[in-house]
Write a protein that binds this ligand. Structure first.
Ligand code: ZN
Length: 261
């Protein structure tokens, strides 16, 4: 079974690498490896460009398909392997016919967006940990999450709405947790490369997204709530004084050099 090499798991700070076209789809390009993080665990996908011998193709979304379900406790729904598809911009689709499998390409992600999503994703874990610290049962009542560049949110199925005191307590707890500024551990189970987790002090969450190494750059977290339908409550966090730092991102010098030589 074919798989895409997920370079974002080897080094989440790679923003550019050299690759080859593995398969061409009607509206997407599949490469043998990628630095683009596919949508997953609520985190929005990377976007960017794929430079080919016949021109540049923009990709507007990244999606993971297939994969083999892992049977590891706590990692329900996680799949190993799989392929990553780069969904091509509608205006570039008619040029896909000029591409051929095996062509060398250079893929580059929108690094500013990735840095924002990484910060937002990290912030979301503090919001969630604080919500659970406030009300343990929320874990079973969680129905979704969405991590965007400028905000992150969790949806819960609850009998009673959150009130102002709940929201304030959750915001205070999230900021208290972040103020410790402990190192954030991003790792995977030794035997399963795709069984990834996030750990901060004694908070452990299975998660395959991209995260900061400490919470410092998030700044102060603002939390608010919204009712999104019958018994549906949403907690949203924003981080207006966040410090977006892309200086740690770098190109895949090794693979790019291989191609040049
Ligand atoms: Zn995460």
């Amino acid at each position: 079974m074919r798989t895409t090499d997920k370079l974002y798991y080897l080094d989440q700070y790679l923003y550019q690498t050299q690759a080859h076209i593995a398969t061409l789809h009607a509206e997407a390009i599949e490469l043998d490896r990628t630095v683009a993080f596919p949508e997953g665990g609520g985190q929005e996908a990377d976007i960017g460009t794929i430079e080919t011998p016949v021109g540049i193709f923009r990709f507007v979304w990244t999606k993971k398909l297939y994969g083999t379900p892992l049977s590891v406790e706590g990692f329900t729904g996680v799949k190993a392997g799989g392929v990553v598809l780069h969904l091509v911009h509608p205006d570039d689709i008619d040029r896909l016919g000029a591409l051929e499998v095996g062509m060398p390409v250079t893929i580059t992600i929108d690094v500013e967006r990735r840095a924002r999503l990484t910060l937002s994703h990290t912030a979301s874990h503090f919001l969630y940990a604080a919500a659970l610290a406030h009300e343990r049962e929320l874990k079973q009542l969680t129905i979704g999450c969405h991590i965007k560049e400028d905000a992150a949110r969790f949806d819960f199925l609850v009998e009673t709405s959150f009130n102002a005191e709940d929201v304030s307590a959750i915001q205070t707890e999230a900021n208290r947790l972040m103020a410790d500024n402990l190192p954030i551990i991003n790792d995977h189970l030794p035997e399963h490369y795709d069984a990834r987790f996030w750990q901060y002090g004694d908070i452990y969450i299975p998660c395959g997204g991209t995260h900061l190494e400490t919470p410092k750059a998030i700044g102060a977290l603002q939390v608010r709530r919204k009712n999104t339908g019958k018994s549906k409550e949403r907690l949203i966090c924003t981080f207006e004084d966040a410090h977006i730092d892309t200086s740690c991102y770098h190109v895949d010098a090794e693979r790019l050099a291989e191609t040049a030589s």
